[in-house]
Design a binder for this molecule. Structure first.
Ligand SMILES: O=P(O)(O)OC[C@H]1O[C@H](OP(=O)(O)OP(=O)(O)O)[C@H](O)[C@@H]1O
Ligand code: HPA
Length: 176
């Protein structure tokens, strides 16, 4: 049995498409933050693979931290965002780039932007690999966006369905 666990999965974005776009995002971020102290904050768990690739595409002396959130059961947002792991240290005075796998309803990012603002960083911006505009419940400013995707529940490249499929190297959709 493969990492697909017997499910039929259609490729939405291939490894090559993801890599090409992440290289572009990394080059833009490198230019925009040149000469400034940058901290990437990965939103766990879904962003772990994107953050690993994005960090290597940024040619700056950056720092990395993580914050864990959860709000989904299966394919449904509960609407309640909970922090499961907090940042490891204070961020006052730092330029923070929140690195997120997907902005779907936008509720997770809205919560995090409000929460981090209370910690007095120099700036906070969002880098999201994916955005699902059709499902937005709140508008979130995404400074660096990889792809807009259709209203389908996607898996792979860090994103899960009930905890599974995070280790697919591409982004896919489960087919019935
Ligand atoms: O815009 P939203 O509707 O809030 O959805 C986006 C969030 O949902 C997923 O996280 P999840 O809560 O499933 O936790 P996980 O990252 O551990 O899978 C995803 O990784 C985002 O953080
Ligand atoms: O489409 C999705 N897939 C996986 N996790 C998610 N969290 C929000 N939207 C999604």
């Amino acid at each position: 049995m493969s990492r697909l666990g017997g499910e039929k999965v259609e490729v939405l974005l291939s490894e090559a498409q993801l890599a090409a776009r992440i290289a572009e995002l990394g080059a833009r971020i490198s230019a925009d933050y040149a000469g400034q102290p940058l901290t990437l904050v990965g939103v766990l768990k879904g962003s772990f693979m994107f953050l690993a690739d994005l960090a290597r595409a940024i040619d700056l002396p950056l720092k990395v931290d993580f914050i864990g959130t959860t709000s989904y059961q299966g394919t449904k947002s509960s609407g309640v965002v909970r922090i499961t792991n907090d940042l490891s240290r204070p961020i006052d005075g730092e330029h923070i780039l929140l690195v997120e796998d997907i902005v779907d309803t936008g509720l997770t990012m809205q919560y995090l932007l409000e929460n981090l603002a209370t910690r007095h960083p120099a700036s906070v911006k969002v880098c999201a690999l994916l955005e699902k505009p059709a499902r937005a419940k709140v508008q979130v400013p995404i400074a660096y966006k990889g792809f807009s995707i259709p209203d389908e529940f996607v898996i792979g490249y860090g994103l899960d369905w009930d905890g599974r499929f995070r280790n697919l190297p591409f982004l896919g959709v489960v087919k019935p």
